[in-house]
Design a protein around this ligand. Structure first.
Ligand code: TYC
Length: 107
């Protein structure tokens, strides 16, 4: 049977792991289409995902050639907000650009 001290230790560890466990992470993914201008996608990546011009161009070309590309990995609320910002920016300019979030693969 566990002693009182062992029980106390288990409780402390439970609390610590509850406090320190990293949040589940989500990747924000841009999808390719035939109509959204490349310059607009680069601007989105700079404005919403903080990429510099070279990084943004690299991601845009990856999406253009491979169909999709990861823009960033964030906790759920931040990922959801950025997806919404991309959708608003695209809608405002009437571009069909699509953006989704999905659980990030475990490291
Ligand atoms: N394929 C688009 C074009 O040729 C460019 C593009 C890149 C569109 C990435 C969407 O997520 C995208 N104009």
């Amino acid at each position: 049977m566990a002693t009182h001290l062992e029980n106390q230790r288990a409780t402390v560890l439970d609390r610590q792991s509850a406090k320190l466990a990293p949040p589940p992470m989500y990747q924000v993914v841009l999808l390719n289409d035939d109509y959204t201008p490349m310059e607009f996608v680069v601007a989105v990546l700079q404005r919403i995902f903080g990429k510099n011009e070279d990084e943004a161009a690299h991601i845009m070309l990856k999406v253009h050639h491979e169909g999709r590309g990861v823009c960033g990995v964030y906790p759920r609320d931040i990922a959801a907000t950025r997806v919404e910002m991309v959708r608003q920016m695209a809608h405002a300019r009437q571009h069909p650009l699509q953006c989704v979030m999905e659980p990030a693969p475990e490291a």
